[in-house]
Design a protein around this ligand. Structure first.
Ligand code: IPE
Ligand code: IPE
Ligand code: MG
Length: 247
């Protein structure tokens, strides 16, 4: 399995975040405030992604991970779920070329089993067509849940134990992340949630153990590159100690 790249895990020494993860929340409220259906907000939200991705290189953000659909979002109405799935299909079909032209490599995390074949084919193609790029690494969390990811990872790990290729005595905190969907990504340095909610809603549970968090009131369809720049700058002023005492 590929070795995870090094993280920004050096106490005190960092400038901007290398990996930013965003919980893109507030599309529904944004639409409702305008007297429009929730899906109108989801479409506006999807259109925000390009500007945010394009801002990454100048901010030194090499990895951007965005939460698009959680394992809990299936609890929404059939109309909203179907509308979101159709939006994902259209987004991928439309954006693949534009992202590839900007040297963006796209990956998906989450459980694909519950997604329809048409969508997973598009996801595969987007990953394949952007695989040679090494500018920004954009990871889209689709049917993603942190607990579900740890459960699926544990299943694969247990299978290796059963096969005899993994000794239980060798399992440590370096072992499990190799089985997570994010195994090729560094841990997030900064996790942003829009819309005023101060919770993580099952996003990157293992990976965010030492992330800095920013909970901001802006609803996702109003989020701008400028705001990302401001959050990256205030991240740079923080003292990340990782449990150590500054010497
Ligand atoms: C985030 O916006 C997008 C998804 C969860 C798919 P919401 O749809 O959760 O918007 P609010 O929180 O209801 O305003
Ligand atoms: C989290 O937002 C999931 C995504 C942004 C995709 P939710 O709107 O689903 O989270 P809760 O329900 O407010 O916790
Ligand atoms: Mg929400």
């Amino acid at each position: 399995m590929a070795k995870a790249p090094e993280t920004d895990a050096r106490p005190g020494q960092h400038s901007g975040p290398r990996h930013v993860a965003i919980i893109m929340d507030g599309n529904g409220r944004w639409a409702q405030a305008k007297g429009r259906p929730r899906l109108f907000g989801h479409h506006a939200g999807a259109r925000r992604v390009r500007e945010v991705v394009e801002a990454c290189p100048s901010l030194g953000v090499k990895y951007l991970t965005i939460f698009a659909f959680s394992t809990e979002n299936w609890k929404r109405t059939q109309v909203e779920v179907a509308g979101l799935m159709s939006l994902f299909r259209r987004y991928i079909a439309k954006e693949t070329r534009a992202l590839a032209a900007r040297d963006v490599r796209v990956r998906f995390i989450g459980d694909r089993v519950r997604l329809d074949r048409k969508l997973t084919d598009l996801m595969d193609r987007m990953e394949l067509e952007t695989a040679v790029n090494d500018g920004v690494n954009l990871t889209i969390a689709l049917n993603y849940g942190g607990r579900d990811e740890v459960a699926r990872a544990t299943q694969r790990l247990a299978m290796d134990v059963a096969k005899g290729t993994l000794d239980p005595a060798d399992i440590d905190e370096e072992t499990l992340p190799k089985y997570l969907d994010t195994h090729v990504l560094p841990d997030p340095d900064l996790v942003i949630r829009t819309s005023g909610e101060a919770r993580i809603s099952n996003f990157l549970l293992w990976q965010s153990a030492y992330a800095e968090y920013e909970f901001i009131d802006t609803l996702w369809p109003d989020f701008t590159a400028e705001e990302l720049g401001r959050l990256c700058a205030s991240y740079g002023a923080k003292d990340r100690r990782f449990g150590a005492v500054k010497t």
